[in-house]
Design a protein around this ligand. Structure first.
Ligand code: FAD
Length: 619
């Protein structure tokens, strides 16, 4: 793991969720990789909630897995409660989520990283980049060491000029107890990248032994927990239940009467936090009509008494935190192990990036994770995988790749970031995708593994499994299309259909809500041999078939516009016929295609007509 080598194909800075996926993806491509991080023992650390997946995020984890990334397997090895969220809604918007044992999750990530032969982990702080003629050629460490590389991936998370707030107390840190990365911001700015400040927050941690669990409602995991990874056969850990408590009118009164002591409301923190993960003081102020908010009490590990109270992140002073937490049922005598806090950090305007996550200002430099204005482990990991893979591909002289909006949520996220930028931390939701019936958690491998094999980030084990699954899927789909019956024949098996004389295939029959694969075994007994994963997969495909057919034509139109490339050297600032505002927007985003230009807010049909001239080579 430790090496005195100084020349690599790819250097990754940061051993968080983005950095580990970046390093692993670059290594799978075959690059010689160095992963520089402050402290090797914090590789795989979860800064905030001990959970992976959820709505939208679960899709990202499955997509990471489909591209042979490590997050899904680590979540299976560390998972202590698995739940499929939105079970009652359609398959397109279901979200697998696992609560993780922090230590087991980090252990799984570390074992994955330390087990990669062509990857060296180097402890230290990257303090500067070596840039020659607009191209990054290496990294300088705090102790003066210089490492050179073909490409560099920067994944600094919340560490770039990180500043923690607890009441009026401020601590310079990247995470509680860890020093910030103060040097790289100046380098990035010097090379023309625009930086901004964002903030996020975390709740206090509680001593589970001091919680009165007897008065709490308990929430168990699923009876038939489903792993994240296609490669996981068995989930190794015992499953635990979480407790549920609520804020009370007393909680809200305590927060309201101390709101002036919150750095958020005292004007000390001006940067924006995640709208969909607000602090408890935000919830109490913004939703003043609500007299209670649910709080999930999530154990942080199997042999750890620490409990994470999900839903009450805060930057209020410690005495206020203690008072409001103790005003909730079951927490009257709770002991606080560590106070909650807010953290502000630098991020880079992601509109400076191409779809391969390379900066336009410094060739060979890729950014991924929180540094691009996102929030969340899954968002970070997904970007890390694409950035690391592209860094390795570029170092070996290959062109950049990126899934598009119709391939994957990863493609949606990257396109959103580079086209719209961020004004608040970006997190994934299924509603961000216009093709969500196609982008399901159950077909991520179908959508991406073949592409991943082509791009060079999928190993031999998964390639074999994928090819076998594809073969089985095609064989069964063909069979279900070939097997047909008339309504009269169906009636003999107790299946009632509209008596229109039309023959229907077994696949068409699966689209009826009252018919599933089990129902059809009486007609075609072979169906009993269909693997379980395939049954639900084909039932969903059949149920969505009409809509999916329609979506295919929308996707064709989208992809036609994506084929219309805009020349990379267009000078938008001089383009005639455009308003000053549009020229500015186009110069900032520098859309690569006419399709991307059309997604820029405020773009007009007239402007698109002008750009179409450039795309077709008429101008
Ligand atoms: P990180 O996980 O932060 O990892 C960055 C890594 O880079 C660290 O290992 C660090 O040591 C290393 N590093 C940084 N700079 C250097 C350098 N110059 N040299 C060497 N090593 C370096 N997400 C949510 O989804 N919901 C939440 O509610 C939420 N709350 C959060 C609350 C807090 C207090 C914090 C700190 C984070 C929170 N997050 C939350 C965000 C979540 O932790 C991040 O989105 C995720 O960890 C980002 O992954 P990353 O890989 O980009 O960075």
């Amino acid at each position: 793991m430790i090496s005195d080598k100084s020349r690599y194909d790819v250097i990754v800075i940061g051993g968080g969720h983005a950095g580990t996926e970046a390093a692993a993806a670059a290594a799978r491509f075959g690059a010689a990789v160095a992963l520089i991080t402050h402290n090797a023992s914090t590789i795989g650390a979860m800064s905030c909630n001990p959970a992976i997946g959820g709505l939208g995020k679960g899709h990202l984890v499955r997509e990471i897995d489909a591209l042979d990334g490590i997050m899904a397997r680590a979540a299976d090895l560390g998972g202590i409660q698995f739940r499929l969220l939105n079970k009652r809604k359609g398959p397109a918007v279901r979200g697998p989520r696992a609560q993780a044992d922090r230590k087991l999750y980090a252990k799984a990530v570390q074992e994955a990283i330390f087990g990669i032969e062509n990857l060296d982990v180097i402890e230290g702080e990257a303090t500067d980049l070596i840039v020659e003629q607009g191209r990054v050629t290496g990294v300088i460490l705090g102790d003066g060491r210089e490492l050179t590389a073909g490409s560099v991936v920067l994944t600094t998370g919340t560490f770039l000029r990180g500043l923690i707030h607890i009441g009026d107390k401020q601590i310079r840190a990247g995470r509680m107890g860890e020093k910030p990365a103060d040097h790289l911001s100046a380098t990035l700015e010097r090379h023309g990248l625009t930086l901004g400040r964002l903030k996020t927050g975390t709740p206090a941690r509680l001593n589970g032994k001091t919680i009165d669990w007897t008065v709490l409602e308990m929430q168990p995991g699923d009876d038939d927990p489903e792993p994240f990874s296609l490669l996981t056969k068995n989930l190794p850990n015992a499953q635990i239940a979480c407790g549920i408590t609520r804020t009370t009118s007393e909680t809200h009164a305590i927060i309201r009467s101390n709101i002036h002591r919150s750095p958020l409301y005292g004007g000390v923190i001006e940067s924006r936090g995640p709208r969909y993960c607000p602090s408890i003081e935000d919830k109490v102020v913004r939703f003043a009509d609500r007299d209670s908010h649910q709080v999930f009490l999530e154990p942080e590990g199997l042999d750890d008494d620490t409990v994470y109270p999900n839903g009450i992140s805060t930057s209020l002073p410690e005495d206020v935190q203690t008072a409001f937490i103790r005003s909730m049922p079951g927490l009257e005598n709770v002991e606080i192990v560590r106070p909650g806090y807010a953290i502000e950090y630098d991020f880079v305007d992601p509109r400076h990036l191409t779809s391969s996550l390379e900066t336009r200002a410094i060739k060979g430099l890729y950014l991924a994770g929180q540094i691009n204005g996102t929030t969340g482990y899954e968002e970070a990991a997904a970007q890390g995988l694409i950035a690391g893979l592209n860094a390795a591909r570029a170092a070996a002289g290959n062109e950049g790749i990126s899934p598009d909006r119709a391939d994957a949520y990863i493609g949606v996220m990257i396109d959103d970031l580079i086209t719209h930028g961020v004004s608040e931390p970006y997190r994934m939701f299924t509603s961000r995708s216009e093709y969500r019936l196609s982008l399901r958690v159950d077909n991520a491998d179908d959508r991406l593994t073949g592409k991943g094999i082509e791009w060079g980030c999928v190993g031999a084990v998964r390639t074999d499994i994928h090819q076998e699954r594809q073969k089985t899927l095609t064989e069964w789909r063909d069979r279900l299309m070939e097997w047909t019956l008339t309504p009269q024949e169906a009636g003999r098996y107790g299946i009632s259909l509209n008596r229109d004389g039309q023959r229907r295939s077994a696949f068409q029959l699966l689209s009826y809500p009252e018919i599933n694969a089990e129902t059809l075994i009486s007609v075609w007994p072979d169906i009993a041999n269909m693997p379980k994963w395939l049954r639900s997969r084909l039932e969903t495909d059949a149920a969505y078939a009409v809509y999916l057919d329609r979506q295919v034509s929308d996707i064709d139109t989208y992809r036609r516009d994506e084929m219309l490339k805009l020349p990379a050297d267009i000078d938008f600032t001089m383009m005639p016929g455009l308003s000053g505002e549009l020229r500015h927007k186009l110069s900032t985003v520098r859309p690569a295609t006419l399709g991307q230009a059309a997604r820029i807010e405020g773009i007009t049909p007239a402007a698109l007509a002008i750009l179409a001239g450039y795309a077709s080579g008429r101008r």
